[in-house]
Design a protein around this ligand. Structure first.
Ligand SMILES: N[C@@H](CCC(=O)N[C@@H](CS)C(=O)NCC(=O)O)C(=O)O
Length: 214
């Protein structure tokens, strides 16, 4: 398997965590996003959407979209499971994951930030306010949910890490990189800390990837 990805990409980080939790070996193929590698002809042949990650399976099939890739990995390699068994619990975990993948992350993606700066000519300070605003709004809802629901345990759902944690940790890492104040999100910080105590999460972290060591 080849993972086409970038160390600082949070969608890539999600898939790396899933691969690590499953104990699956993969070849790391790097695309430096700020250089525009994701828009190269070679990558667009793999994923016409021009976004990392893409997972190339041994037979040559290429999967796009981190959530779809992670669910594929979970179905193809069921142990350890990344989703609980019961339908209602699965819906809760997917809802937390989607709050991050669908509602928070897309507003802060590189191409969106570049559009604000380059096409709309917004100063960096205004662009940063945009970033901070959407992370904060998203985390406020998540914090209330995670702090208030009895299903939350050591991790987002119970005491085993799963899909929701896989999505949460990279978003927290990204928020820290952009200096978002996380003081009002104690449950999110606690879960992030619990995840980062696990080798799968640290092995997948941006600072432990080849680009960071180059
Ligand atoms: N929904 C997609 C999002 C993928 C995505 O936005 N990837 C970012 C990095 S985290 C990217 O490739 N950005 C390149 C760009 O914005 O030009 C997924 O979950 O895979």
């Amino acid at each position: 398997m080849k993972l086409h990805n970038f160390n600082l990409s949070s969608a890539s980080y999600r898939v790396r965590i899933a691969l690590e939790l499953k104990g699956l070996a993969y070849e790391y193929v790097s695309y430096v996003l700020r250089r525009g590698d994701q828009r190269s002809d070679g990558f667009l042949k793999l994923n016409p959407q021009g976004l990392v990650p893409a997972l190339e399976l041994d037979g040559g099939t290429v999967l796009a979209q981190s959530a779809a890739i992670i669910e594929y990995l979970d179905e193809a390699h069921p142990n350890p499971p990344l989703l609980p068994k019961k339908p209602l619990a699965r819906a809760r975990v997917r809802a937390i994951a989607q709050a991050i993948c669908c509602d928070i992350h897309p507003l802060n993606n590189l191409r969106v930030l570049k559009y604000l700066s380059n096409e709309l000519a917004l100063p960096d300070e205004v662009r940063d306010r945009w970033y901070h605003h959407w992370i904060t709004v998203g985390f406020e809802g998540l914090e209330k949910q995670l702090a208030g629901e009895p299903e939350t345990g050591r991790f987002c759902h119970g005491d085993t890490p799963g899909l929701a944690d896989i999505c949460l940790v990279p978003q927290v890492t990204n928020a820290r990189r952009f200096n978002v104040d996380l003081a009002s999100f104690p449950t999110i910080r606690r879960i992030d800390e619990a995840c980062m105590a696990l080798p799968a999460f640290t092995a997948a972290a941006p600072e432990n990837q080849p680009e960071a060591k180059a």
